[in-house]
Design a binder for this molecule. Structure first.
Ligand SMILES: Nc1ncnc2c1ncn2[C@@H]1O[C@H](COP(=O)(O)OP(=O)(O)OP(=O)(O)O)[C@@H](O)[C@H]1O
Ligand SMILES: NCC(=O)N[C@@H]1O[C@H](COP(=O)([O-])[O-])[C@@H](O)[C@H]1O
Ligand SMILES: [Mg+2]
Length: 396
């Protein structure tokens, strides 16, 4: 079907974003003999370390992004982060390039306004009540309508950046300023104000669209702190009715977005039902647990699907869990210590991302554990992540 990487007949994929998730995508693509080009805003990003070559580009710079894609002419453009000048991708798609899953899906999911309006207004899916605000006064008006508590988020951000919970109207200014600081696109002050959903638990339903149709992975439960995931496990125990409803919502949103690939559909489970939160048209951080649990990880599934290859089933081999290691300070002399201790925990693996710099709250590694049951897997992953140590060579 395709020739060796770096040959004239190679199949070339270009990742836009080269973090820990992209690193695993590249490893899976390499296994199928695909040529991999990694792109990110900084040098030495995780996926760059395993790709055939890499480029450092500000992917929000439309001209620079277009110039790079025209120079490399990849067969597949694979968005990996939520900060890309997506109108460029739509234009390139019209000129014959293939964007995963589609350029429109990349644009809609890159921006909370696009995906939320699609889910709630176009498809009528259950979501938190929401408003948009361009100014502090508009934010206060939105809170007055929705009632506290609310969650305030920039339109373009991920991993909880710029996200905060407004508990009383007096929090408005603090939440507004925090959202502006955390926004990826610095030219916009628009934020989303969401009513707080009192959920019992939350899940990611990994959904794969391929030539073989749509497949769902068993649900992944997770815990988030400050809007970013710290622990996930699979399978999350769910009653059959809620699981069916979760699949209905995931099928509706992924069919609407279209194209081939794996999607992470984020859902809240409440006392009464299932509420749609958001969707990533790409592997999901909470889905890293599938490297310990499934016959094909979310990364292998994504690569198979985007290459147009068949996927007949997803097999859960064992219950499992993941827990993250985050840095507590900024340094370019960061190392992950404690591997000997962490890997002494039964049925445990570690992924060290190899990010060149640490920052407070930046995810640097993850522990993955398997066990006979989810609770044991969770305590193993938590124990292993706790044994991993942040080490700084610039410590005095
Ligand atoms: N309306 C809400 N009600 C209750 N909790 C919420 C709400 N919105 C977000 N959260 C909490 O914050 C977490 C992160 O929110 P969200 O997924 O929207 O942020 P994000 O920055 O897109 O994160 P990521 O990129 O990691 O998915 C959710 O998983 C949930 O725990
Ligand atoms: N929730 C989205 C997510 O987990 N994305 C993952 O984090 C990387 C950015 O990390 P960084 O901010 O540490 O550079 C992204 O490139 C992606 O792999
Ligand atoms: Mg999320």
């Amino acid at each position: 079907m395709w020739g060796a990487p770096l040959s004239a007949d190679a199949k070339k994929i270009m990742l836009l974003g080269s973090g820990e998730l992209g690193k695993e995508v590249v490893i899976e693509a390499q296994r199928l003999g695909v040529e991999c080009i990694a792109v990110d805003r900084y040098e030495g990003a995780p996926a760059m370390q395993v790709a055939h070559r890499s480029h450092v580009v500000d992917m929000l710079d439309a001209d620079a992004l277009r110039e790079l894609i025209l120079r490399e002419r990849p067969d597949l453009i694979v968005p990996e982060i939520e900060a890309i000048a997506t109108p460029v991708l739509e234009k390139l798609e019209n000129e014959g390039f293939r964007v995963i899953p589609t350029a429109t899906a990349a644009r809609l999911t890159m921006d909370r306004e696009g995906i939320r309006n699609l889910a709630a207004s176009t498809l009528g899916l259950p979501t938190a009540a929401y408003r948009f605000a361009n100014t502090l006064d508009e934010l206060k008006a939105a809170v007055a309508e929705l009632g506290a508590p609310c969650v305030i988020k920039p339109l373009m951000s991920s991993s909880g950046k710029g996200q905060s919970v407004l508990r009383t109207p007096e929090d408005a200014q603090r939440c507004w300023e925090y959202a502006l600081e955390g926004a990826r696109a610095k030219n916009s002050t628009r934020v989303i104000v969401e009513a707080f959903v009192p959920f019992e638990s939350e899940i990611t339903l990994l959904t794969v669209r391929s030539v073989s149709g749509t497949l769902f992975c068993p649900p992944i439960g997770h815990i988030q702190k400050d809007g970013d995931y710290v622990e996930s496990w699979q399978p999350h125990p769910m009653d059959e009715k809620k699981l069916e409803e979760a699949k209905r919502i995931a099928k509706a949103i992924t069919d609407e977005l279209g194209g081939y690939g794996l999607f992470g559909v984020e859902l809240f489970l409440t006392k009464d039902g299932v509420v749609f939160s958001e969707v990533s048209p790409r592997p999901h951080d909470t889905g890293m647990v599938t490297m310990a649990t499934q016959d094909l990880s979310e990364f292998a599934l994504h690569v198979r699907a985007i290459l147009g290859l068949p996927l007949t089933e997803v097999l859960l081999l064992t219950p499992g869990a993941s827990a993250t290691l985050k840095a507590s300070r900024s340094s370019d002399r960061f190392a992950v210590g404690g591997l000997t201790e962490a890997l002494s925990v039964p049925r445990t693996q570690v992924r060290v991302f190899g990010k060149p710099d640490s920052k407070p709250g930046r995810r640097m590694a993850v522990a993955l554990s398997a066990a006979e049951d989810v609770e044991t897997a969770r305590s193993r992953a938590r124990e292993a992540a706790g044994l991993l140590k942040e080490e700084y060579s610039d410590d005095n």
